[in-house]
Design a protein around this ligand. Structure first.
Ligand code: ATP
Ligand code: MG
Ligand code: MG
Ligand code: MG
Length: 565
């Protein structure tokens, strides 16, 4: 590519609204242009970088066995109403009406759409497992769009959704995705860490986030260097500062009968990861134990699940008719695996929980309590990390904790049957029996990665791109292009030769002052630079300088192509 035919639009100074170094450099290098709050145009140079990231992601997803499709960005409300998320997703969802006044949203994520595809297309266990993915524009009306494409409103995400006949199959694909993500971020040249994470508004059970390590990151991560323990500090934040853990009553502390079923069994039955359980109460009743679980959700949403644990039935069964009333005026549990989301702030959920305890006492039921973390110390993940400081013991007991900051670039979830059950995505198993599909979902912030990579790769001169995502691999800078026939001829020949050997070359044919050309090429982060002038050519040399090198070295012209490769 010749600069004269391309479109560079670099700036000397970054607009003042940019705070983060990556945002400043993306604007100065002319990778993006702001159109409105959280809305950006990817300029030709930036688009080349975005596509590089996208292609690495796509290539590794394909290698993992996932299959690409493309869903509509605009989604009918009906699908979201089926799962109830139309009402609970909140103001991040951009809702739109068509000319017939029908409701739609610009998809912030696509679980509902893909589940609709799956329930229509998948009938038999023979079609499972399958992992669909797309690379698509999402819209989230972020409360504070900032840092350019790092937290935009419109952004590019790779989102994948897997469907399975059983849980072990989901676990297998989850591991494949975990490994695939690790390969993707390694190929992109990023320093990253996978951490245990909360499931937020997407829901489901087990979950990991992938963070690019950077001091400017919005997330805090606690990790243990001598083991593989790492968690987003947010993981424990749903037990928010305004939500004190309920103080165990005297009766609870006695733990008179340690329950007929372990909490793991209950969690397994309810398809809840044990680490989400903040508080468990077992109430012994005449016709069976009643169990209530207070679960960590995201900041606004805690869940109380409650139900009757029938002692006689094996495996555990939850009565589907009983309902437990709370003074909060809502049912703490519609029973069965679905439970009821108490869309209330976290402390109201706790209040519901304590009312539940009182109610049981009045009924004369014998109360036993299981205090999570005390009675079940082996489940280490519920550790309140909010007040953790460097040097605290790691929850896995294998060393001391350290803290760092990260940028969330990927997030994988075991959704289990949250969506498939609500939307009746079923299949026939080997015995011709109808079963609900297990699901996983896997997101990567493709456009955010560009900003995150620049947070990690820059110096005082500008961006330092890793070769995997640089817009061009090499720049040729001719000195006196229009004054020297020798320079012109050499440059043209080398340019053609480099292109023929598959190298992406940017030829700076502007014939500007060398300082101007050098500054631009350093700013936009091209990994390799060759300067060609008459003086060097007289000795048969050109000057080579890598983007991270302190100074240039003279290299014989005839060796330069092999030197670059
Ligand atoms: P965050 O915690 O940063 O708000 P999230 O947890 O809401 O992200 P997910 O629902 O997990 O995001 O979406 C998958 C990926 O999409 C994230 O890991 C992130 O890389 C990317 N992403 C999410 N929101 C944005 C945004 N506003 N701008 C750019 N990328 C985003
Ligand atoms: Mg978010
Ligand atoms: Mg997050
Ligand atoms: Mg996330």
């Amino acid at each position: 590519m010749r600069v004269s035919k391309f479109f560079l639009s670099t700036l000397k100074e970054a607009p003042t609204e940019a705070e983060l170094v990556s945002h400043k450099l993306m604007l100065r290098a002319g990778l993006i242009k702001r159109i409105g709050s959280g809305l950006y145009t990817w300029m030709p140079l930036g688009l080349r970088v975005l596509r590089k990231v996208e292609n690495v992601v796509r290539n590794e997803m394909d290698k993992s066995g996932a299959v690409e499709l493309l869903m509509p960005a605009v989604v009918p409300a009906e699908l979201w109403q089926e799962t109830g998320r139309w009402d609970v997703f909140g103001p991040q969802m951009l809702k739109i009406k068509d000319r017939h006044e029908r409701d739609f949203c610009f998809g912030p994520t696509h679980e509902e759409v893909i589940t609709d595809v799956a329930r229509r297309e998948i009938k038999s266990y023979r079609q499972l497992p399958v992992n669909f993915y797309q690379v698509q524009t999402k819209f989230r009306d972020e409360i504070r769009p900032r840092f350019g494409v790092m937290r935009a409103r419109e952004f590019v995400m790779k989102d994948a959704y897997s469907f399975h006949a059983n849980f072990p199959s989901l676990e297998q694909t989850y591991q494949v995705m975990y490994d695939t993500y690790s390969r993707i971020f390694t190929r992109l040249g990023l320093k990253f860490r996978a951490v245990a994470a909360d499931t937020g508004a997407i829901g489901g059970t087990g979950s990991h986030e992938f963070h690019v390590l950077a001091d400017s990151g919005e997330d805090a991560i606690a990790f243990c260097p001598s083991s593989d323990y790492a968690a987003n500090v947010e993981l424990a934040e749903a037990v928010s500062p305004t939500t004190p853990r309920p103080v165990p009553t005297e009766a609870m502390q006695k733990v008179a009968t340690p329950g007929k079923h372990s909490i793991e069994e209950v969690c397994e039955f309810l398809k809840i990861p044990a680490h989400r359980v903040v508080k468990t109460l077992l109430l012994e009743g005449r016709d069976g134990d009643v169990v209530a679980l207070l679960l960590r959700g995201d900041h606004q949403l805690n869940e109380v699940k409650a139900g009757k644990l029938l002692q006689l039935a094996q495996p555990i069964r939850f009565a589907t008719d009983a309902q437990i009333r709370t003074s909060a005026g809502c049912n703490a549990g519609s029973l069965g695996p679905v439970g009821l989301n108490v869309t209330t702030i976290a402390d109201r959920a706790v209040a519901a929980m304590s009312d539940f305890i009182c109610g049981a006492n009045e009924d004369g039921h014998h109360l036993t309590g299981v205090n999570f973390g005390r009675d079940l110390p082996e489940l280490k993940e519920v550790v309140d990390l909010r007040n953790v400081v460097e040097g605290d013991d790691s929850p896995d007991g294998k060393g001391k904790l350290e803290l760092c900051r990260g940028i969330e670039v990927g997030h994988i979830f075991q959704l289990r049957t949250k969506y498939s059950e609500a939307m009746k995505a079923t299949f026939l198993d080997e015995n011709g029996k109808e079963q609900v599909m297990e699901m996983g979902c896997y997101g990567i912030g493709v456009s955010r990665i560009v900003a995150a990579a620049i947070e990690q790769g820059h110096d005082e001169h500008g961006i330092v791109f890793s070769p995997a995502i640089a817009p061009f691999q090499l720049a040729i800078v001719p000195i006196g292009l229009n004054r020297s026939e020798l320079v012109k001829e050499t440059v043209e020949k080398l340019y053609a030769e480099l292109i023929a050997s598959g190298i992406e070359v940017l030829l700076d044919d502007r014939d500007e002052r060398p300082g101007v050309m050098f500054a631009d090429l350093e700013l936009i982060g091209i990994p390799h630079r060759i300067v060609i002038g008459e003086r060097g050519l007289k000795d048969g040399n050109v000057e080579y300088q890598g983007r991270k090198d302190d100074k240039a070295t003279a290299i014989p012209l005839q060796n330069i192509v092999s030197h670059i490769k």
